[in-house]
Design a protein around this ligand. Structure first.
Ligand code: X2X
Length: 360
């Protein structure tokens, strides 16, 4: 009898130890493995096209994960105290969870990204898309993975245009001596020095004050930045020279990404693809005929506040210059030494891939 009790007691103890492992965890316990908030860093504010793209990503992640993943955008590099070139390192180390960042801001860490900053190299949207979705884009994503970043989707800051408060810039000589704010990425310094300007590197957070106080004469940024920052308040002259474009990339800390269950990965990936498509359409709206305006209207039910950016700047009183074919050639010729210097830095292989992707 006693032996039977003992056996039953041992059975109960064993069952108590084994059962909790078999019973599925209640829903709230499953949810507990996610963070309450995933911090997303980006370099600009919420009214910029890029900022609207980040908000869209956060909204879509919430929707597609049924509220399980909560991404919060931290605008204006606030998590980096304005140090805009720090985002890839911080996400790779898991101090920040994810980012929607310009290739320029990651190019000191991932040299291949400088391919986008070669002046007068990628000259239209079609070539930009070919590079992103071709072998070059894949090679760049592979570089990101090597340092602990999971790239999810492309977005776009856009083709960068020059503005200044002094003179219409239409040929290389016009830039002589102009103090131009650039991002602290060395290829930008090289390009503007080569063109005879006086480049000053500063973070975007300081740049706006520098425009207001006239500490610099000019800057270069795409329309999706120039409209919200109201550049026409500081600079009268706009040169539409499409000299280079900076894509954005939505990316996540790799260790965190790997630990997500498959359904969460799928939902976040879909959110990134959709937000990237939306944001790219914002960046191109009114610059590629009706194409992007229609994507916004039909797919996203979104109406652009400024559907014709170039007309908008003229209406704001800016003097808008386009480059004649001869002047464009003069710029291309003038910056040749920059490309020659930078081919070894991005890697000849990456450069050749980009040329091949564009079918040049
Ligand atoms: O700093 C800039 O000029 C900006 C806002 O375009 C980037 O973050 C690359």
């Amino acid at each position: 009898m006693r032996a039977a009790y003992t056996r039953f007691f041992v059975f109960l103890c064993a069952a108590a130890m084994v059962f909790p492992l078999c019973i599925p965890a209640p829903l709230h316990a499953q949810q507990a493995k996610f963070k309450e908030e995933y911090k997303l860093t980006l370099n600009v504010g919420p009214t910029f096209y890029w900022g609207l793209g980040a908000a869209k990503f956060a909204e879509l992640v919430k929707e597609k994960t049924k509220g399980r993943i909560n991404v919060k955008p931290y605008y204006s590099s606030s998590l980096l105290k304005g140090a805009q070139l720090q985002s890839p390192q911080m996400v790779a180390r898991g101090i920040i969870d994810c980012a929607m960042e310009s290739t320029i801001n990651s190019s000191t860490v991932i040299p291949a990204m400088n391919i986008f900053s070669f002046p007068f190299f990628i000259n239209n949207f079609e070539n930009l898309d070919k590079i992103e979705h071709g072998r070059t884009g894949k090679a760049i994503f592979a570089e990101m993975e090597k340092i602990g970043l999971k790239p999810l989707a492309w977005g776009e800051n856009g083709f960068r245009q020059l503005t200044n408060s002094k003179v219409p810039v239409e040929k290389p000589e016009d830039l002589k001596g102009l103090r131009i704010r650039v991002v602290g990425s060395p290829i930008f310094i090289d390009t503007f020095r080569q063109l005879g300007a006086d480049p000053v590197n500063m973070n975007w957070g300081d740049a706006v004050t520098a425009f207001q106080q006239g500490v610099v004469d000019g800057q270069e940024n795409p329309v999706g930045v120039l409209i919200p920052v109201q550049i026409y308040q500081y600079h009268k002259y706009l040169t539409l020279w499409n000299y280079l474009a900076d894509p954005l990339i939505i990316y996540w800390n790799m260790d965190q990404w790997k630990a997500f269950p498959d359904d969460i990965k799928k939902a976040i990936q879909e959110a990134a693809d959709e937000a990237g498509r939306f944001e790219k359409a914002l960046a191109r709206a009114g610059l590629d005929g009706d194409k992007s305006l229609n994507i916004l209207k039909n797919e996203f039910k979104y109406t652009m506040e400024v559907p014709e950016p170039l007309k908008f700047f003229q209406e704001k009183g800016m003097v808008v210059s386009n480059l004649t074919p001869a002047n464009l050639e003069a710029f291309k010729e003038a910056v040749k030494p920059v490309s020659e210097k930078w081919i070894p830095q991005v890697g000849k292989q990456v450069y050749d891939m980009a040329v091949a992707d564009m079918g040049k």
